[in-house]
Design a protein around this ligand. Structure first.
Ligand code: HMG
Ligand code: MG
Length: 315
């Protein structure tokens, strides 16, 4: 039973093939990206941020965005989104048939300049055309706010700056706001404060939370979000992830670890934890490095170990 006041069910958005693979030093083969998503659909995942339609010079790891989209076993109950920085990206995303385009802008000017080479105002100007392109293509638009809990170049980011950006999205008709914790600067009090401020300013906007585990409290921040009634979280399989344009950025919160937390709190996700762990292990073998995910190593809490696995202490 989920605790009273908490969501009974949480929607998990898998961002590993986007936020995760964008940060890998070597290009993850297109077939691996497609296979990862198809296997996660089998495991019950119903929401994916698949890729980004950005400049291949900026993010060569995702230069195969259209090919990945084309290789996925599409189902009506599976939502596929992609990051789109500008109208050019929107045209490509529309052609690829995304269900929703995710525009993104940082709450801090310096990270936005580093990430997309423009001012916040110029980003927003371009999103007007993105919305028109998406509408014509029959896809929705969501808005992500990077550095929503702090900026590696500027330090604290004011709640007002985040709310203003969310309002600017709402003025464009974008009623879905993802708060991105680009370099793991969120804390539980900040999460609660920002969720409350957003809800007060924009009661009709849907809020999603996107945490990175850079300082080890990603899931604690999820817990704070649950206390605020938030039922939409982004995570990456194996704990992959990181923004190449933010120094010190590390992995997203890990999907299996998030599922484990939610399962143990009695919150439904519709996703099979063991099946997701199996996919995480495949990716680990594929990319050839140890992933930060913990449940993929330890197993669930009632996974029993053999007595003869360790020596018996004596004396
Ligand atoms: P720019 O150089 O200012 O763009 O880059 P431009 O308009 O001057 O165009 C330059 C070249 O890029 C041209 O090609 C354009 O055609 C091409 P050229 O004539 O030189 O051959 N171009 C494109 N190509 C493909 N798709 C496009 C596109 N747009 C232009 N959409 C730009 C500006 C935004 C394009 C670039 O800076 C860029 O692509 N940045 C992407 C950055 C990125 O993907 N960052 C990581 C994702 S954000 C993140 O991870 C944070 C998040 O997870 C939340 C969180 O954790 O907080 C979301
Ligand atoms: Mg991110």
């Amino acid at each position: 039973m989920a605790r009273a006041g908490w969501p009974q069910r949480v929607r998990v958005v898998e961002v590993g093939t986007r936020d995760g693979f964008q940060a890998e030093p070597t290009f993850v083969p297109t077939a691996v990206k497609i296979d990862t998503i198809n296997r996660l659909i089998e495991a019950g995942v119903r929401r994916f941020e698949v890729t980004s339609f950005v400049s291949p010079k900026a993010v060569p790891q995702l230069a195969d965005a259209a090919l990945v989209m084309a290789g996925i076993d599409r189902r009506p109950d599976v939502e596929l989104t992609a990051l789109v920085p500008n109208p050019k990206g929107a045209e490509a995303a529309a052609k690829a048939g995304v269900d929703a385009m995710v525009v993104f802008c940082s709450a801090s000017a310096s990270h936005n300049a580093k990430n997309v080479n423009r001012t916040i105002a110029r980003s927003l100007e371009g999103f007007r055309d993105v919305v028109a392109i998406a509408e014509a293509a029959g896809s929705r638009v969501q808005g992500a706010i990077a550095t929503a809990f702090g900026c590696p170049f500027e330090g604290d980011v004011a709640t007002a700056a985040v709310v203003d950006l969310a309002k600017a999205y709402a003025d464009l008709g974008i009623r879905h706001v993802t708060l991105g914790d680009t370099t793991g600067m969120a804390t539980p009090p900040l999460v609660r404060e920002r969720c409350r401020a957003l809800r007060a300013a924009l009661p009709e906007s849907e809020i999603a939370l996107h945490f990175h585990n850079t300082r080890g409290i990603g899931l604690v921040n999820v817990y704070a979000g649950l206390l605020e009634g938030i039922d939409l979280y982004e995570s990456a399989i194996g704990g992959l992830g990181g923004c190449p344009f933010a120094p010190g950025a590390t992995g997203n919160i890990c999907t299996e670890d998030l599922l484990y937390l939610l399962d143990e709190c009695g919150i439904e996700t519709g996703i099979d934890l063991a099946a997701v762990v199996a996919v995480a292990k495949r990716i680990e073998a594929e990319i050839g490095r140890e992933l930060p995910g913990q449940v993929m190593k330890a197993g669930p809490r009632l996974a029993l170990r053999r007595l003869d696995e360790v020596r018996t202490a004596c004396g």
